[in-house]
Every structure is written in structure tokens, then in C-alpha cells.
Design a protein around this ligand. Structure first.
Ligand SMILES: [Zn+2]
Length: 305
């Protein structure tokens, strides 16, 4: 008896520390099963992720997909998994590729985002009636996906930190300042050790940084998330993985800040830095045309202007 017990302990201890992701066969190849009851959907690689999280008290969704067509696909998958409704939608950011399909689930779902999300939606050119009409008229398929469309803005806007308990699961929401949009939220499931990073990090991909984005703030956000020691990391866009996603991005931003810092010290202009700076390890990254924009963001961080 005792030997058997020890053998089990030894077996458990010898399991590899990394998480391997079997595809969620029952839902289709566009889904990745992260853990029991947690499924990430992306229609096409690097489109916005939408995650289904089942609980004993209903479904929690993290973002609702790139466009309404995707939200309907996610809604159909949920019906296969459970008879329970979507109770909460948590937004990682207020851009249209994460929230446009909210109307498919809300009402009755309650939408939660960081303070500033509603204002960001109101100010954005992506949600004007003309823009929506243009998207709808792209194809008969799009028009049918937009059936019943209404713009949903968050019912709850939290500040800095929030805890949501649904069934057996706990969701800790953390505001990420100046990383991508006006209202970015990281979501941490402490029991499952699953982290949603929002668009603070990409996977082998350069981000497009708006003028208010700060690389020093982004580095602080990455270090805060890294300290949680997650087992699984799900970025706003891109294939889910491990802490390596955070480590790769931290290394890139550190090198970018160091490189730009050294060149500024040597008296180089922003244009010269854009021409000369190379960051080893990013040769195979996607979105190279956004690298000059990354240099501008680092330049603001180094010079304060
Ligand atoms: Zn965005």
C-alpha cells in the first residue's frame, strides 16, 4: 500500500513542468483546450482570441471574437458544451475586434471592463453607424451575422483591481496602464494558474503602439504578470503558450530600451536610430513595418518626449 502510494507521488513529481495543449477536438481545429472547461477560439491565426470558461454557475467569456461571425461560432460551441447561459463577458480591451459581437450574448450577459472603456468606444471611429453599415454590407454572410446588432458598452467599469467569483472559479482583474488601449485588463485565474495578458504582449509579433503607450509601463505590467507564475498564458492575439511569451517580450523591450538609450546617449537622432537599430532574436517576427513605431515608443520612454 505504502509503496504504491509512494510510486504515485514519484510519478506525479516526474511529470514535465510544461503544459502541452491538445486541440479541443470536440469543438474543431480553431479551438485550443487550455484546461478542463477553458477553451480559446481564434478563427484565423493572430485574430483576436475569445475564451469560453465553463463554471458550475454559467459561462464566462473573455472577449467575444474578431467580428460577429466569430461570436456566433463561439455561441454555437458553448451550446455544445453546456446548457447554461453566458453570465459575464470580461473585456481585455475596448477595440472592435474584441467586443463587436457582444450583442450575441448580452443581454443577458453582464459586460465588465476597466474604467475608460465606454469612453473609448464612444470616441472610436470603429463604431459609428456608417462604419457598422459598411461592415455589414461586405457580404450576405456578414449581414446575417450582424442581425440584431446593437452596440453594447460595459455594464460594470472597475478601477485598478477587481475580483469576480462565479461558481467554483475566481477571476482576478488587473488594470494594465498604457500598454495598448485606454482600458486594458489582464485576467488571472489563481486556482487554475491561467493568465490572460490582453494585448500587452504578442507572440513573435511587433505591436502597433499608439502615442500614449509607454514601454516602461508595459515592462512593469509584464513583470507584474510574470510574478504570478502562470502555467498557461493567453495573449489578446496569437497562439496560447507558457511564460515564455512573457519572457520573450520582456527581453525584446529591455533590448529595445537599451538600444535606443545607447544611441540617444551617443547623440543620434530618432531617424538615425530607426535606420540603424537591430534587435537580435526578432528576425522571424511578424509585422516588421511596425518596428519603427516601436522605436518611437522607446524613444519617448528614454527621452521623456
Ligand atoms: Zn486592440
Amino acid at each position: 500500500m505504502r509503496i504504491k502510494f509512494l510510486a504515485v507521488i514519484f510519478f506525479l513529481a516526474s511529470l514535465p513542468a510544461f503544459v502541452s495543449y491538445a486541440p479541443a477536438q470536440e469543438l474543431g481545429p480553431q479551438y485550443t483546450k487550455i484546461k478542463d472547461g477553458i477553451y480559446v477560439y481564434a478563427g484565423v491565426l493572430n485574430e483576436a482570441n475569445s475564451t469560453i470558461i465553463l463554471t458550475q454557475e454559467g459561462v464566462v467569456l473573455i472577449d467575444t471574437g474578431q467580428r460577429p461571425k466569430d461570436s456566433h461560432i463561439v455561441a454555437a460551441a458553448i451550446k455544445k458544451l453546456t446548457s447554461q447561459p453566458v453570465r459575464f463577458i470580461i473585456h481585455t480591451e475596448p477595440h472592435s475586434d474584441h467586443i463587436l459581437g457582444d450583442f450575441v450574448f448580452s443581454p443577458p450577459a453582464i459586460v465588465i471592463a476597466h474604467n475608460g472603456a465606454t469612453e473609448s468606444v464612444k470616441q472610436s471611429a470603429s463604431f459609428t453607424p456608417e462604419r457598422i453599415e459598411k461592415e455589414m454590407s461586405a457580404s450576405a454572410e456578414m449581414r446575417s451575422a450582424f442581425k440584431g446588432f446593437r452596440l453594447v458598452t460595459p455594464h460594470i467599469e472597475y478601477r485598478d483591481k477587481m475580483t469576480l467569483n462565479v461558481g467554483e472559479r475566481t477571476f482576478e482583474l488587473y488594470y494594465l496602464k498604457n500598454v495598448h488601449s485606454e482600458a486594458d485588463t489582464a485576467i488571472w485565474l489563481p486556482k487554475e494558474r491561467v493568465l490572460f495578458t490582453a494585448a500587452s504582449v504578442g507572440v513573435k509579433r511587433f505591436g502597433n503602439h499608439r502615442p500614449f503607450v509607454s514601454i516602461p509601463d508595459t515592462l512593469s505590467a509584464i513583470r507584474m504578470m510574470r510574478a504570478l507564475n502562470p502555467e498557461a498564458v493567453i495573449p489578446g492575439h496569437g497562439v496560447p503558450g507558457s511564460v515564455k511569451i512573457l519572457d520573450d517580450m520582456e527581453r525584446y523591450y529591455d533590448r529595445l530600451m537599451e538600444g535606443v538609450g545607447a544611441m540617444v546617449k551617443a547623440g543620434k537622432s530618432l531617424d538615425e536610430i530607426k535606420k540603424e537599430l537591430k534587435i537580435p532574436g526578432t528576425e522571424d517576427w511578424e509585422g516588421k513595418d511596425r518596428f519603427p513605431n516601436n522605436i518611437e515608443a522607446a524613444y519617448r520612454g528614454v527621452t521623456g518626449k
